[in-house]
Design a protein around this ligand. Structure first.
Ligand SMILES: [Zn+2]
Length: 304
């Protein structure tokens, strides 16, 4: 209530101060941005927020857990969840594009609530290990999709839920970054693992390539991955190869969830949605089960 009132009051103040100078919304022109500045669109993207509302004098950014209000007039201030935080700093307006200091990203991030409340599915009494399972994408971010319109986010979640069941049956504690079709920003996903003693972070995705003949699974680790992360990747790669699925091996890429997590982290690309047969197989619950069993077996081999 208080939060909502604060925002409404702030919005009312902004409207009052700026009546008469509102402009119609236009497409944001592309332009070169100075090193130290970022556009509001980019700031929102980096924080996992969407632009909910904008006016000549303010912008409201939101995700499931946060509301950020930024006043875009000179000496404008910004608010996170109804709390005044500080001045925005130098704001430059070019057309309908606002440039704000890039440092604002971190200043806002500090005050954001995690969009993903930790979900401990079940706590095995004699837990052997804690694994954070991350079903890639979700909500407004569908990931990639097949020619027939199958969205990656659904495949990722279906397989991740199956892996979670199997791990729990084996006595491993599991936290999922999402259990539903919802948007969770990448920092919040990593944060779930970083806030506790996590043995392994496994992100599950499906791939896409312009060349439609490319197929098979790929396991990624960060370029600076630890020996443990590489061992986990090796273990999962072996059990997945045993399904008969083509393997594209273990590769290095600095995906955000891999570099932001402090624990060993791997990212599994289940296969290619751009490949017609593989996309059909990825939709098949029986094949999803086989992949989940293979991933779970690999994880168990690693944590034991
Ligand atoms: Zn993905």
């Amino acid at each position: 209530m208080t939060l909502r009132t604060n925002i409404l009051t702030a919005l009312a103040l902004a409207a009052l101060g700026l009546a008469g100078c509102q402009e119609p919304q236009k497409q944001t022109p592309k332009m070169v941005v100075a090193d130290h500045a970022t556009t509001l669109e980019d700031l929102a993207l980096r924080l996992g927020l969407r632009i909910e509302e904008r006016d000549a004098g303010f912008v409201v950014l939101k995700n499931a857990a946060n509301t950020v209000l930024i006043f875009t007039h000179p000496d404008g201030r910004f608010f996170v969840n109804g709390q005044p935080i500080g001045p925005v700093g130098e704001i430059k307006k070019e057309g309908n594009t606002f440039h704000v200091p890039a440092s604002l990203v971190e200043q806002i991030r500090e005050h954001l609530r995690s969009a993903a409340p930790p979900v401990v599915r079940r706590k095995p009494t004699k837990s052997k290990a804690l694994v954070v399972l991350d079903a890639g994408h979700g909500g407004q971010d569908p990931g990639t999709s097949s020619a027939t319109g199958t969205q990656e986010k659904h495949i990722n979640l279906a397989v991740a839920l199956k892996v979670a069941d199997l791990l729990e049956q084996a006595g491993v504690a599991v936290i999922m970054t999402r259990q539903h079709d919802r948007f969770i920003d990448l920092e919040a996903r990593a944060d779930l693992a970083n806030r506790r003693k996590t043995d392994l972070f496994v992100s599950i995705h499906a791939d896409w390539a312009p060349n439609r003949s490319v197929q098979g699974f790929t396991i990624y680790v960060a370029r600076a991955a630890s020996a443990d992360a590489r061992r986990a990747a090796q273990a999962i790669s072996q059990t997945m190869a045993a399904t008969g699925c083509d393997t594209r091996g273990i590769r290095e890429a600095d995906f955000k969830v891999l570099v932001l997590t402090n624990c060993p982290a791997v990212l599994v690309e289940l296969g290619y949605l751009s490949h017609v047969q593989e996309a059909a197989r990825l939709r098949d619950p029986a094949w999803q089960n086989r992949l989940a069993q293979a991933i779970a077996a690999g994880i168990l081999a690693y944590v034991r």
